[in-house]
Design a protein around this ligand. Structure first.
Ligand SMILES: Nc1ncnc2c1ncn2[C@@H]1O[C@H](COP(=O)(O)OP(=O)(O)O)[C@@H](O)[C@H]1O
Ligand SMILES: [Mg+2]
Length: 366
């Protein structure tokens, strides 16, 4: 059966606004509906309102306007211990004077779960995060990664239906972060829990999530699965924030049959897909991904508009080549090509022509 946003959502934000001081809105008009079992990430720069949204969902902050619904019921009407929400923060937040097992026992005691049941659940949760042998240790006797595994186990031990995580891996080194990213998504899917995950790290968001909500300035700029976000950004902010992106600026000359001609500030004309431009004369930022740029003319269609480019830098990266070009006055235009046997290695100083498919070149807001 089709998923009906309004009635079947497990978590819903409806026209939510939040102000801390009664003047500035830090969350402006948030609408979001999540089905059960979804792994959704709120991604955005610092100060964009992600933590505030999580805190309102957890019930630690109240919305200034609008409503947050959990399983169809307004969150305000559900007492905290009945919300069934597990939380994991960046700074572990384990009780330092308790052992690992006591830390895990705490949320179970709060929920009045009997001793033998508690022991079974604690064992299961510790095994899930591969920390079965550590029940007797105190947090100070564990590494950062181990503490974060325990924090995760503590959030899962009472079998919550919803888990909120706020930059849970922010304090860990890269390798550990990647291991735990994988473990968290695996656990979430195995247990069928719904997750709202907050991060400012776009790679983390793209690799872990079913959908990503890109936040900026208290608003969701785009809410989409990772591939759609990367390949079809709806505005310049999202195009710049997600992945590497080349930007060229100009003015829309005309739009016909889903194709826009844009005159760049350099005078060159290029073919683009009109995404959020609507009429001639409008200024636009045109966005092209580095891996969609082609400089082998045999691979371009004969009628494609091309641009002259000068090679400024060639970087051999093993699996790919990263070449920096000067294009239409932009010195920071990057092309990425796969290291294939027949791939040309460009040299600084070389003059070339580049092109792309019009659908890979998106005319966005200026
Ligand atoms: N408790 C608070 N009191 C007043 N202002 C706050 C409080 N918490 C956050 N803010 C402000 O709200 C805005 C959004 O913050 P936050 O939700 O923490 O963003 P993010 O998690 O995306 O970095 C920021 O401008 C921040 O300074
Ligand atoms: Mg935050």
């Amino acid at each position: 059966m089709a998923y009906d946003q309004s009635t079947d959502a497990f978590v819903a934000f409806e026209r939510v606004q939040k102000s801390y001081d009664g003047e500035t809105l830090v969350v402006k008009d948030l609408n979001l509906a999540m089905p059960k079992g979804e792994f959704l990430t709120m991604l955005g720069p610092s100060g964009s309102g992600k933590t505030t949204c999580l805190m309102m969902l957890a019930g630690f902050e109240t919305a200034t306007h609008g409503e947050i619904l959990l399983d169809g019921k307004p969150i305000n009407n559900i007492p905290p211990h009945k919300r069934g929400i597990g939380m994991v923060f960046q700074n572990y937040a384990l009780f330092p004077h308790m052992t690992v097992a006591e830390n895990l026992s705490f949320p179970l005691e709060v929920r009045k779960i009997g001793k033998s049941d508690r022991e079974a659940k604690i064992k299961r949760a510790l095994d899930m995060v591969q920390m079965g042998a550590f029940g007797g240790r105190r947090p100070a006797q564990l590494s950062g990664g181990q503490q974060q595994r325990i924090a995760l186990a503590r959030a899962l031990v009472f079998e919550p239906e919803l888990v909120l995580m706020d930059e849970p891996l922010g304090a860990l080194d890269k390798q550990l972060r990647e291991t735990l990213q994988f473990e968290i998504t695996r656990l979430a899917h195995e247990l069928g829990i719904t997750v709202v995950y907050v991060t400012h790290d776009q790679t983390e968001a793209l690799t872990m999530s079913d959908r990503v909500a890109v936040f900026d300035d208290g608003r969701i700029q785009q809410l989409a699965p990772p591939d759609e976000l990367y390949e079809s950004p709806q505005n310049s902010f999202v195009a710049q924030f997600i992945g590497e992106n080349n930007t060229l600026e100009g003015v829309v000359k005309n739009i016909t049959d889903g194709l826009a001609h844009v005159q760049l500030d350099s005078g060159d004309i290029i073919d683009c897909k009109p995404v959020n431009v609507s009429k001639p004369g409008e200024r636009t930022k045109v966005s092209i991904r580095p891996e969609r740029v082609e400089y082998n003319k045999d691979r371009l269609s004969p009628d494609a508009h091309t641009l002259k480019a000068e090679v400024l830098e060639f970087i051999y990266m093993g699996d790919i080549f990263r070449t920096r070009l000067r294009v239409a006055g932009n010195d920071d235009f990057v092309v990425k090509t796969r290291n294939a046997p027949d791939q040309v290695r460009l040299k600084p100083g070389q003059q070339i022509e580049i092109g792309w498919l019009p659908e890979d070149c998106r005319a966005l807001d200026a």
